[in-house]
Design a protein around this ligand. Structure first.
Ligand code: ZN
Length: 127
């Protein structure tokens, strides 16, 4: 499916896979799941760790496709890290820190912000 390919191209998804893409109301809802061939990585140091438990589902806004909002849903897990010696939320390479948007959307907004005023950017992305 072309939409899956577009999303895969714009996100760093190694260790994850796209489970489904659904059209719900006026948005595309992309469900991401962990690829069980990979160990989860620590969100602090990036080292592979052991699975501990699962958190509640999170939604991340992604770059709209042809004006259609795209949201990712993913249920992150916590990792016991042997390097840091703690329990941390796994590394989600597409997420922009603790914000609920993807790095691709953050870069897109920053690029628009160079060209336009903040009010126009906020209006464009519904911020
Ligand atoms: Zn760590």
């Amino acid at each position: 499916m072309l939409v899956k390919q577009l999303i895969r191209e714009t996100l760093e998804l190694q260790g994850f896979r796209i489970e489904s893409v659904e059209k719900k109301d006026s948005e595309l809802l992309v469900t991401i799941q962990a690829d069980l061939r990979y160990h989860p990585r620590c969100g602090v140091c990036g080292t592979s760790g052991d699975y501990r438990d699962t958190l509640s589902e999170c939604r991340f806004r992604h770059v709209p496709i042809w004006g259609i909002d795209v949201n990712l849903t993913y249920t992150p897990c916590r990792v016991s890290c042997s390097k840091c010696g703690g329990i941390h939320v796994e590394l989600m390479p597409w997420a922009a820190g603790k914000k609920r948007l993807t790095k691709a959307l953050a870069v897109t907004i920053a690029t628009w912000a160079r060209q336009l005023t903040w009010q126009q950017v906020a209006r464009q992305f519904g911020c």
